[in-house]
Design a protein around this ligand. Structure first.
Ligand code: ARG
Length: 282
């Protein structure tokens, strides 16, 4: 097998998702959201269900948080917090429309037995924070603040690398960068691997990424523009948008197994596969 030859190893994942029972686009907080365009909630639920079923079929644990009426963006659970070693750093949303989601997710974390760190700073959880090895890559520019990066470092005692996002279409880090394999080899970032869209970052951030991850997959602007990077990997299987055809080929070349799931309806809210997926690390 190609994947085995490249040494790709599937890792078990535990995820938190939220069924989009109340999904719609009724306000605009990112350039993708256009309330005048109709949304189809049943279609959103059906597409979401395919993603859920895919994770379960891959052997992952998927936990669910109850959707709340009036919070149409709650389906994007990646923004609900950031969880490492049983500790959940809560989210504090940038916009009033999503603010009530913060406490709702913190209640879920507490009930599920996580220690919750109440956030003082504005941050949108795993939408902007991604764990690679022992390092947290942290996005800023549109949603999470630089102060939240400092708070994050204090909560988890890990190195935090701040990256500046500059294109409003890619307003969360997880829309511009994907962690394909978070496990570091003996030589640091030897095996850990990421994919990213260069043009979503300022020059300083591009230089940091190039230096730290020389083997990273750099995706085309076309694949980035269809939210190709908003994907979920277990180290072997990478769930991506079927529209990201170039990225799909790049993944195959590297021995990953791309799995194509279409979340076109949820893209109307400016979110994709990763946005609907929060990793729970015990
Ligand atoms: N409509 C949501 C917002 O603008 C989409 C969030 C997407 N989530 C993500 N992790 N990128 O906040």
């Amino acid at each position: 097998m190609e994947a085995a030859a490249a040494g790709r190893i599937q890792q078990h994942r535990s995820y938190l998702m939220c069924r989009p029972d109340h999904f719609t686009v009724s306000y605009t907080i990112n350039p993708w959201m256009e309330p005048a365009n109709p949304t189809d909630t049943a279609k959103a639920v059906a597409q979401w269900q395919t993603l859920y079923d895919t994770y379960v079929a891959l052997g992952h644990d998927v936990h669910l948080i109850d959707p709340i009426a009036g919070l149409p963006d709650m389906v994007y659970t990646a923004n609900g917090g950031f969880v490492i070693d049983g500790v959940a750093y809560g989210a504090k949303f940038r916009f009033a429309e999503r603010a009530p989601e913060g406490p709702a997710f913190m209640d879920w974390f507490r009930d599920a037995g996580f220690d919750v760190a109440d956030p003082a700073e504005v941050n949108e959880g795993e939408g902007d924070f991604l764990l690679v090895g022992d390092t947290i890559l942290a996005g800023t520019g549109f949603r999470s603040t630089g102060d939240s990066h400092r708070e994050l470092g204090a909560v988890f005692g890990k190195e935090v690398v701040s990256l500046n996002l500059i294109d409003p279409r890619f307003y969360h880090l997880d829309t511009a960068l994907s962690v394909l394999d978070p496990v570091e080899g003996p030589g640091g970032a030897e095996r850990a691997n990421i994919a990213y869209l260069e043009h979503a970052f300022d020059e300083r951030s591009q230089a940091i990424l190039a230096e730290r991850y020389p083997d990273a997959i750099r995706v085309s602007d076309a694949d980035g523009a269809v939210f190709g990077l908003n994907s979920a990997s277990d180290g072997l299987n990478v769930v991506i948008s079927p529209r990201a055809t170039g990225f799909e080929a790049q993944l195959r070349e590297r021995g990953y197994n791309p799995i194509l799931i279409d979340l076109s309806e949820l893209l109307l809210g400016g979110g994709g596969i990763k946005c609907c997926t929060l990793e729970l690390r015990r």
